[in-house]
Design a protein around this ligand. Structure first.
Ligand SMILES: Cc1cc2nc3c(=O)[nH]c(=O)nc-3n(C[C@H](O)[C@H](O)[C@H](O)COP(=O)(O)O)c2cc1C
Length: 193
């Protein structure tokens, strides 16, 4: 059976552990094949924020690309994918995507995802947000199939630890990409009570 390819990109915003959890959850689903690209900034945040070496982190994916290799397969629309998740997504990467400024493989793959009208999830992270950040995100939110998904804690899931928070957010991110993770605590109303 041909696997479903999903591009997972890590840029230099805070939140590298979220990418780690997403990759670990995707690894448990045999029908998906993960294609990983990490920006220069992403390499730095992975080393700052996770307990993994670069080798261990990239080993979580099925395929890993050099971000400088703009000739890699994910740089072309002819390479079929289910879509792309940028987790975490820095404001620099948001600016690059919003302006079609594809000077590395991560940005080119996002540009391709948009032009091919495939799903693109941007886990944008910065605080506070400037008018420039908001303008770029507002613009992207109007682009077909783009979801702006800041990693905001859901208190209703009653997290007991940072692991709980990261797992809930990773499930939410993957859910937006149409990938359903067992154990994801969805909101349950008492409508029928
Ligand atoms: C530890 C660390 C945390 C950072 N957190 C953020 C952040 O949350 N959001 C952001 O937009 N940039 C953040 N930055 C700055 C970006 O890494 C920087 O702007 C970089 O050039 C982004 O490039 P990239 O998007 O190509 O990775 C952080 C940098 C470091 C070293």
């Amino acid at each position: 059976m041909e696997k479903k390819r999903i591009i997972l990109a890590v840029s230099g915003a805070s939140g590298a552990p979220l990418a780690e959890v997403c990759l670990k959850e995707l690894k448990k689903i045999p029908e998906y094949e993960t294609h990983l690209v990490i920006s220069r900034g992403g390499e730095e945040t992975i080393l700052h924020e996770t307990d993994l070496s670069m080798e261990e982190f990239t080993g979580l994916a099925d395929v890993c690309y050099d971000c400088k290799n703009i000739g890699a397969s994910i740089a072309s629309g002819t390479f079929r994918t289910e879509g792309m998740i940028v987790v975490p997504c820095s404001m620099k990467t948001v600016a690059g995507i919003a302006n079609g400024y594809s000077d590395n493989l991560l940005l080119r793959a996002a540009d391709v995802t948009i032009k091919e009208k495939r799903r693109l999830i941007l886990v944008t992270r910065e605080t506070p947000l400037s008018q420039i950040h908001l303008r770029n995100m507002e613009y992207l939110s109007g682009v077909q199939n783009v979801t702006i998904l800041p990693p905001v804690i859901s208190y209703y899931s009653r997290p007991k630890s940072l692991e709980d928070v990261n797992f809930h957010l990773a499930c939410k991110i993957l859910d937006a990409a149409g990938i359903f993770i067992p154990g994801f605590k969805r909101w349950e109303s008492n409508d029928n009570a």
